[in-house]
Design a binder for this molecule. Sequence first.
Ligand SMILES: Nc1ncnc2c1ncn2[C@@H]1O[C@H](COP(=O)(O)OP(=O)(O)O)[C@@H](O)[C@H]1O
Ligand SMILES: [Mg+2]
Length: 358
Amino acid sequence: MNSYYSNLIEGHDTHPIDIEKALKSNFSKNLKSRSLQIEAKAHINVSKSISEKVSSTKLNPYSSSFLKDIHKEFYAHFPTKFMAAKSINGKDTPVIPGEIRTCEVQVGKHIAPAAKEVEHFLNRFETFYNPDAVVNRNDKIKRIISIAASHQRLTWIHPFIDGNGRVVRLFSDACFQLENLNGSGLWSLSRGLSRNEFLYKEKLVNADLKKWNNYDGRGNLSNKELINFCSFFLNTAIDQVKFMTKVLDIDNMINRIYSYVDLMVSKKLLKTETRYILETVFLKDKISKKDVERITDKSDKTAKAMAASLMKLNLLTVDPKNHLSPYKVNYPISSSPILFSGLYPKDKEIDMLMRISN
Ligand SMILES: Nc1ncnc2c1ncn2[C@@H]1O[C@H](COP(=O)(O)OP(=O)(O)O)[C@@H](O)[C@H]1O
Ligand SMILES: [Mg+2]
């Protein structure tokens, strides 16, 4: 979901079902669709790797080495179709994974700082926002506001020739995670920004403006507009946390599992007893093969066939290296319109449901 929305903000609308297929290395023959699928997969992989890094090492997400790493990992597995961008003079320039730009760029009206100054700006960025710096270490609220402000400032620096939007949003995800505010990835900043894409870009642009007068902050840029952006950004985050709490609605999950199974039974894709298997894996995370028989009250053969039908729909997984391993819970993207309704835009959800029918 996070990947879907972050790419969507850049105008890359990859159908969630195609993202799911990409994760299983099932790519389209059409060049454009395939490129979008590869891009989505690259985004998901880099996002996973960032979150492992943040949880296992004590890193400063504001460091230029971390930012370059995000870009490098993202572009290392990128579709060739998207590996070039236009510089300010309209020349096609190749995107080199992890490399700071060496040419000048303009985004909308914003002429980004001169290429030769980018390293300098990134160093200042790293020191200023460093969560371990004396001025930040004991002030959590300040650090949270910094997540918002740094998002704008990094977009303003525009360190790379392309991919800045995605890299900056991945970087913000890492900052939230570092502060233990990302809810294990259960809410998505990009979803919120995408739903308000116009306001997001407008407020980013406004905060690029020169200060209005001597009372508008100490720097060159408008402090008032930066505050405006921060308020928008943090309210968007809070709104997404509330939204996800509503969508997950854990107390009603079992009812939704039952509705989902009813639909699949009507399409002859599942047997009605599979609901008990899904209910158990939801509550316990896994279920042994013996328990599948017990819970469905079916013979070994029938129980196996039911588990196989759930595996086919990606609602159960097993460890391929251990045939004795229990079945584990899994929620494929295609089940989201019923199990977690609202995650994707309505038209995409309707389409996903239609595809189940066929
Ligand atoms: N006028 C602007 N000022 C600052 N940032 C902008 C402006 N217009 C667009 N942006 C940001 O630049 C991003 C696009 O930059 P780009 O390097 O092409 O990233 P990506 O390849 O991820 O789309 C947008 O997502 C937006 O965040
Ligand atoms: Mg771009």
